[in-house]
Design a protein around this ligand. Structure first.
Ligand SMILES: N[C@@H](CCC(=O)N[C@@H](CSCc1ccc([N+](=O)[O-])cc1)C(=O)NCC(=O)O)C(=O)O
Length: 220
């Protein structure tokens, strides 16, 4: 009888967000906590993640990665889906409802996150370009287009499709990147949706664990 394998994830040795939970290991930590799976972390410096040993796990030299026995995964969405398929708690039992929950995972990553990443890129990498002032509102309005459609779809519901699922986990994680910009506050039901995600005990445990890496103090 083999012992259960404790998965290992890789995380920033020192997250550039100062422990605000914006790095993508947070999604994996949250999913692990939602399904009640203990895990270990391997801290990776910016230099080490570009070296051969880490690239053997992640061809693009990034975090997170996920190791479980002889299985190695990268891409936070794929890791969350793997956990959701192997454990109860993140996908419904009903086959059609499962397919819809996975649809919302892809929606978060492929439809909502790209314009948000474009805003981050614009702000952090293009601020000194002559066309920055002209481009910024175009990028912001592309985000508003998506947020307006998502807000209309969510309406007054607690979650996107019935019970909380991996689709909501991914969507809340994506929307959290927007919080500092103030744009999320323009959509009260989306702000409340994100706050419901942050209020989940599993989210709080995941957040405290990633913050502890940054502060060096054990989670409270
Ligand atoms: N598509 C991949 C993207 C992985 C990714 O972007 N990883 C980033 C960290 S999470 C992205 C991130 C970074 C920093 C902040 N922050 O707020 O400071 C937020 C999110 C990374 O390893 N970056 C180092 C590199 O590419 O060399 C996934 O979803 O797993």
């Amino acid at each position: 009888m083999s012992l259960p394998t404790i998965p290992i994830i890789t995380v920033f040795e020192r997250s550039p967000d100062g422990g605000k939970g914006l790095a993508r290991d947070m999604r994996v930590r949250w999913a692990l906590e939602e399904v009640g799976q203990a895990y270990e972390v391997r801290l990776v410096s910016f230099g080490a993640m570009k070296e051969a040993a880490h690239r053997a796990l992640h061809p693009f030299g990034q975090i997170p990665t996920y190791e479980e026995g002889d299985l190695v995964l990268f891409e936070s969405g794929a890791i969350v889906l793997h956990l959701a398929e192997r454990h109860a708690g993140l996908l419904p039992d009903n086959a059609n409802a499962r397919a819809r929950a996975i649809t919302w995972m892809f929606t978060a990553l492929n439809t909502v996150e790209p314009p948000i990443l474009d805003l981050q890129t614009t702000k952090f990498l293009e601020g000194d370009k002559p066309w920055y002032e002209q481009r910024l509102p175009l990028v912001q309005n592309r985000i508003r287009d998506r947020l307006g459609e998502l807000s209309d779809r969510l309406g007054a519901a607690d979650w996107l499709d019935g019970a909380f699922s991996a689709g909501d986990l991914m969507m809340v994680a994506v929307l959290l990147r927007l919080k500092a910009s103030g744009m999320l506050a323009e959509y009260p039901n989306l702000s409340a949706y994100v706050a419901r995600g942050e209020a989940r005990p599993a989210y709080k445990r995941a957040f405290d664990a990633q913050l502890a890496v940054f502060t060096g103090k054990p989670p409270t």
